[in-house]
Design a protein around this ligand. Structure first.
Ligand SMILES: Cc1cc2nc3c(=O)[nH]c(=O)nc-3n(C[C@H](O)[C@H](O)[C@H](O)COP(=O)(O)OP(=O)(O)OC[C@H]3O[C@@H](n4cnc5c(N)ncnc54)[C@H](O)[C@@H]3O)c2cc1C
Length: 416
């Protein structure tokens, strides 16, 4: 990682964020929604003004090169990025801040920190990008079994170690951030193609530990689909699963660690399946008068065995919020990609499915249509969205994502 340091409050690096114009646009939508001209806004405390308890433990001198108890590091590792996290940070509540942050440079240093933390009754929390929205990186200690908190930030383990072009897989370190991982794969003409919305500020180890789900991916959606084998530093030593293209031999050991949220060990490396970089694209935005019409079209596309890289519907309100619509119609953003052949036939069939359910295309259907029209507006808003919470929260506005899953037969009544 290079450049400015990550914000201790907010998304991304210090100095990054929405432009004044983008902020005004987002707030303008809320002013309109709630018929308010302004929102009373709280000040977020400065880093220097935050009250922090003195560290409860100090690392051995031998760890000095990769451990710290500096104020910034402790504050920046106290919380993830959920709405409640932002609220507590905004109120200056840093009671949960870890005492020591370790930035190990190899597995030996991870093991050493693990052993030391165990010896001093400190909890140990692995930390990737810290984009957790379910309390995964917040140290929670009871003062009895755990008397202090140590956080293990894996940013120094960010390399693509090896690329196997023949099997199309790569051995990648757990602390690799999304953009860096893709930049290292690019010269080899391959991609992991796993794009959670938090892609820029989350890591491979975090994706695996949380079973993250990608966008622009309706066939290989979850990180599980890409894991070939894992290497994990555990309190009992290093565990490495066998690298096989597939296995029917009993329970999968990988599965135990995928989604384990750091509770069983630290994922230091993984062999990941790759794909060729897409060179052929077809994209479209479609309007639907009825949101359920759009949902039925999605079902038809899914059940036809078409696997668009992107197939997302925005209801009229969301389309309005992002600027992709005027609030009177729903939008489907549809895209196909391939590194091997033109996906025009797939797009043509998907458009038929949409037409059957009242969808009318509003943008061109070749090449970069995913960057144009309503699809392009939505895409830009989607990428910018994470920056909104840092100013919406102090303005008293809750803006959040709620995820759920339901079988098609119950979808409409459930949605109502
Ligand atoms: C704006 C925003 C958008 C998001 N979009 C998506 C999305 O599209 N899809 C999705 O699935 N999630 C999404 N999330 C949630 C979050 O980004 C994912 O869970 C992501 O996988 C976390 O990765 P991370 O590197 O930030 O992990 P962290 O937040 O640092 O850690 C998450 C958990 O994994 C553990 N952990 C981290 N690294 C390791 C490791 N190397 N070994 C063992 N355990 C480890 C931590 O202890 C913690 O329990 C989003 C979050 C935000 C704030």
């Amino acid at each position: 990682m290079s450049g400015a340091r990550l914000k201790h409050y907010g998304w991304g690096r210090e100095g990054e964020g929405m432009t004044a114009e983008q902020r005004a646009f987002v707030l303008g939508r809320y002013h309109a929604k709630f018929s308010r001209e302004a929102f009373e806004t709280k000040a977020v405390p400065h880093l220097e003004d935050l009250a922090l308890r003195a560290p409860r433990v100090a690392p051995p001198a031998a760890f000095a090169a990769f451990c710290t108890s500096e104020r910034y590091d402790r504050v920046a590792h106290a919380y993830g990025k959920s709405y409640p996290d932002y609220v507590r940070a905004m109120l200056g509540d840093y009671d949960c801040a870890p005492d020591v942050i370790a930035y190990p440079r190899n597995e030996a240093e991870i093991s050493a920190v693990m052993d030391w933390a165990g010896g001093v009754s400190a909890s140990l929390t692995p930390f990737g990008g810290g984009s957790s929205v379910c309390g995964g990186v917040e140290p929670r200690i009871d003062g009895i079994r755990y008397k202090a908190a140590v956080t293990l930030d894996l940013r120094n383990l960010g390399k693509v170690v090896e690329v196997d072009q023949i099997s199309r897989a790569a051995l990648i370190e757990g602390g690799a951030y999304g953009p860096s991982l893709e930049n290292q794969l690019k010269p080899h003409g391959v991609t992991l193609r796993h794009f959670p919305q938090s892609f820029e500020y989350s890591t491979l180890g975090g994706w695996i530990a949380t079973r993250s789900g990608g966008h622009f991916a309706s066939l290989y959606t979850h990180i599980d689909d890409f894991v070939e084998s894992l290497r994990v530093v555990t309190p009992r030593g290093i565990l490495e699963t066998r690298r096989l293209p597939g296995s029917g031999a009993g329970p999968s050991p990988d599965r135990m660690f995928i989604g384990s949220e750091g509770t069983l060990g630290v994922i230091s490396r993984a062999w990941m399946r790759l794909q060729p970089r897409p060179t052929f694209r077809a994209g479209a935005s479609l309007r639907f008068d009825s949101f359920f019409g759009a949902a039925r079209a999605v079902r038809a596309i899914a059940q036809a065995g078409l696997y668009p890289s992107n197939c997302r519907i925005l209801d009229a309100q969301e389309a309005f919020n992002t600027g992709a619509g005027d609030g009177s119609f729903a939008i489907m953003v549809l895209g196909f990609e391939s590194g091997d052949h033109a996906p025009n036939a797939w797009m043509a069939r998907a458009l038929e499915c949409c037409a059957d359910h009242g969808g009318t295309p509003e943008a061109a259907q070749a090449g970069d249509a995913h960057l144009e029209g309503a699809a392009g507006i939505w895409r830009n808003a989607f990428i910018r969205m994470p920056y909104a919470r840092e100013f919406l929260t102090p303005a008293g506005l809750i803006n959040d994502t709620f995820e759920t899953a339901i079988t098609w037969d119950r979808f409409e009544s459930f949605h109502d």
